[in-house]
Design a protein around this ligand. Structure first.
Ligand code: SF4
Length: 350
């Protein structure tokens, strides 16, 4: 079922102003609508009580207000991680995860339905590419969880692009979504509370660096061995480790911001002391932090995550070289929280 109506979340503030101007409505209608959407998370246009009734009806005829339908939600055993599979208007599937940790309420959201980059250990990569999301479809994921959290007087504190897809392969829409989420007139989430995670499209890292944005950047590095990295992540053939790290140095020089390298530690594949020393050597002098995440198992990748003691030994090697390092918990492993796992399972079953 495809709607011809555009999604209201796809509009910029000035596009919304233009819309009301065309309707001969006063300029403050844009602000009223923006506040209803992004501060009160209204999803039914008829609930926007600050607008006249006939204008609400008109808006409802002209725009779609939700854009995604939750198909399935599962919770981790401890209830702290919630993962939802959504269907978009054209039937494309995406998923997003809410993680509660201390005071943080972090959303892991998708930028594409499926992904064409084919990383061998990734459930989304194993599904293939369906399509890019619009900025509104990206924003709608955040608004869905903001609405859910508001029911318990909680709010979204952080957003990371680590769900389905490579955000820099959908650069324009992702940047537009970040702008909308950051807009202080509406949702107002601080730039430093949002993170783009990329597999390393070097030219896009440079483009992003040139914006001098305060949004965090994380790079899924996994290894500095080109041969192994190309096996794990075919994109490495296009942007080998040296060119990727050059782009990372450019980013740090340009922004003076610390970037994060993510390593999915895979038992017996990229987790030896020699691997750690090679990584430490390559990252010397770069303003960075390394996150080590024992790999989430997926249906079609036979390897498992590294045991904790090996992850600790890996971390020790990095810290001896003054490279800050954290071992991250595999949160939500019991609900297949790795990106794409729920949608991939759903496709397998359909
Ligand atoms: S890890 Fe990211 S880039 Fe690689 S296949 Fe999965 S979603 Fe795509």
């Amino acid at each position: 079922m495809t709607s011809q109506r555009p999604l209201i979340f796809d509009l910029t503030y000035s596009e919304l102003e233009d819309y009301f101007k065309l309707k001969d409505e006063p300029a403050y209608r844009a602000e009223q609508t923006w506040v209803a959407l992004y501060k009160y998370f209204k999803v039914d246009v008829h609930d926007i009580s600050t607008l006249p009734t006939d204008l609400r009806a008109q808006l409802g005829e002209d725009f779609l207000f939700e854009g995604l339908t939750p198909l399935r939600t599962i919770r981790s055993e401890d209830g702290q991680t919630v993962k939802t599979l959504f269907e978009l208007e054209d039937g494309a599937l995406i998923e997003a995860v809410l993680m509660r940790y201390d005071e943080r309420r972090t959303l892991c959201i998708s930028s594409q339905s499926g992904c064409g980059l084919g990383c061998s250990f990734c459930a989304t990569g194993q599904m293939g590419f369906s399509r890019n999301l619009t900025s509104g479809e990206i924003v709608a994921q955040v608004m869905f969880f903001a609405r859910e959290l508001a029911k318990t007087d909680e709010g979204v504190t952080n957003v990371v692009f680590m769900g389905m897809g490579e955000p820099f392969a959908n650069y324009k829409q992702v940047m537009a979504a970040l702008d909308r989420l950051n807009d202080p007139r509406g949702f107002g989430l601080g730039a430093r509370r949002m993170t783009i995670s990329t597999v390393g499209l070097a030219h896009k890292i440079r483009q992003f660096a040139d914006t001098e944005s305060q949004i965090n950047l994380a790079v899924s590095l996994h290894t500095v061995d080109d041969e192994l990295r190309s096996q794990l992540m075919p994109i490495n053939k296009k942007y080998p480790v040296a060119s990727l790290l050059d782009a990372c140095r450019y980013y740090v020089e340009k922004t003076n911001r610390r970037l994060t390298f993510e390593l999915a530690l895979i038992d017996g594949v990229n987790d030896s002391a020699a691997d750690a020393r090679a990584l430490a050597y390559q990252l010397q002098g770069l303003l960075c932090h390394v996150n080590l995440i024992p790999l989430n198992p997926t249906r079609s990748y036979a390897k498992t995550g590294s045991p904790v003691d090996r992850a600790k030994a890996f971390c020790d090697v990095l810290e001896e070289s003054n490279i800050p390092c954290t071992i991250r918990l595999r949160r939500g492993i019991d609900i297949a929280a790795g990106c794409g796992q729920l949608a991939a399972d759903s496709n397998l079953k359909s």
